[in-house]
Write a protein that binds this ligand. Structure first.
Ligand code: PHE
Length: 332
């Protein structure tokens, strides 16, 4: 019986219908009510002893399923199309497909990538789940630094070494460790901080991280790069550099943009942190800080969105309200 089964199995496996008659013949051959091969086998089975009946019963049932599948597949592949063509009225108007729009954050992300591509920055991405070393230690953030605070950082698996990255500066470390300068790199992605959700802050937001390392990179290169970005995004707009502090840059600055909102309120809005990469950070990733220097910056994408779209409540960006999202059409 085994051999017989194998032969049947092969035949089912390699069957391919050319016409609908072929397919009907195949069905009758195996499942025909009177003389179908499988129908007969089911009849023969009744004469077998009980223990054999169980085993062969299952095998025959599986074969039956295979035949039915084969019929189904051949039917939809070869014949449904033809039937559809017959039923199809070519004068009927087409069904228009609604074209979606990109999320506003994706639109800004694509614009920034394009702006930096023009001045030779390549684009990379890094993981959102990080370890302490890439997110903090290698960036010269000491163990008692407030940004490591339990209240700011989401740790995973109750393990203080695995966390959701709090900034995209961790990508600097990953890239610098694997590549030798000179390079110019941009990375954009989500970052996480344990903050209460309000119109101004969220536990998840996006950052764009840029960094450039070469011989003789100076603060004026950083300034020019930032000015080029702001001009490309906003045209003519007032900006200012304010001295600041980050453990991984020295000197450090924050950049504010002068804005005017829909109620004609004006003021300075901080949009990024930046600075010259601290030589200690370069040493941590085995880049010779005597030969090379570099700058880095981290931009808050939602902050740019406030300026570009004049929508001040950042919660709206993540509500997934289709009426809000529909409004964003873009070439990108
Ligand atoms: N990582 C900093 C932050 O999240 C921003 C920054 C990036 C500052 C690069 C300096 C250089 O606030």
């Amino acid at each position: 019986m085994d051999k017989k089964m194998d032969k049947i199995k092969e035949e089912i496996k390699f069957f391919q219908a050319q016409t609908s008659e072929d397919l009907e013949r195949f069905r009758i051959k195996f499942l025909g009510k009177k003389k179908g091969i499988l129908t007969m086998l089911f009849k023969e089975l009744k004469k077998e002893p009980i223990h054999k009946r169980k085993i062969f019963g299952k095998i025959i049932n599986d074969l039956k399923k295979k035949v039915q599948e084969k019929i189904q597949r051949n039917h939809s592949r070869y014949f449904m199309k033809n039937e559809n063509i017959l039923n199809f009225d070519p004068t009927m108007p087409g069904i228009s497909i609604e074209i979606g729009s990109l999320h506003p954050i994706s639109i800004i992300k694509n614009r920034i990538i394009e702006i930096f591509r023009k001045i030779g920055f390549s684009y990379v991405e890094g993981p959102e789940i990080e370890d302490d070393w890439h997110n903090f230690t290698a960036l010269n953030i000491p163990i008692d630094h407030p940004s490591r605070d339990m209240q700011d950082t989401f740790f995973l698996y109750k393990n203080p070494d695995i966390l959701l990255r709090t900034h995209t500066s961790s990508v600097q470390i990953r890239y610098m460790k694997e590549n030798s300068p000179p390079f110019r790199v941009l990375s954009i992605g989500k970052v996480y901080r344990n903050e209460t959700i309000s119109s101004r802050s969220h536990f998840m937001f996006h950052q764009a991280e840029g960094f450039s390392i070469d011989k003789k990179v100076s603060f004026s290169d950083l300034k020019q790069t930032i000015q080029y970005l702001i001009k490309s995004l906003f045209g003519k707009i007032k900006i200012r550099f304010r001295p600041s502090y980050f453990p991984f840059t020295e000197p450090s600055a924050e950049v504010d943009v002068y804005y005017c909102d829909h109620n004609n309120n004006t003021g300075w809005l901080e949009i990024m942190g930046c600075g010259m990469i601290d030589p200690k950070v370069l040493n941590n990733v085995n880049i010779d800080s005597e030969t090379y220097s570099g700058f880095a910056f981290g931009i808050g994408i939602e902050r740019l969105a406030i300026l570009i779209y004049k929508i001040h409540d950042i919660r709206i960006y993540f509500d997934n309200d289709i009426r809000f999202l529909r409004q964003f059409k873009s070439d990108f």
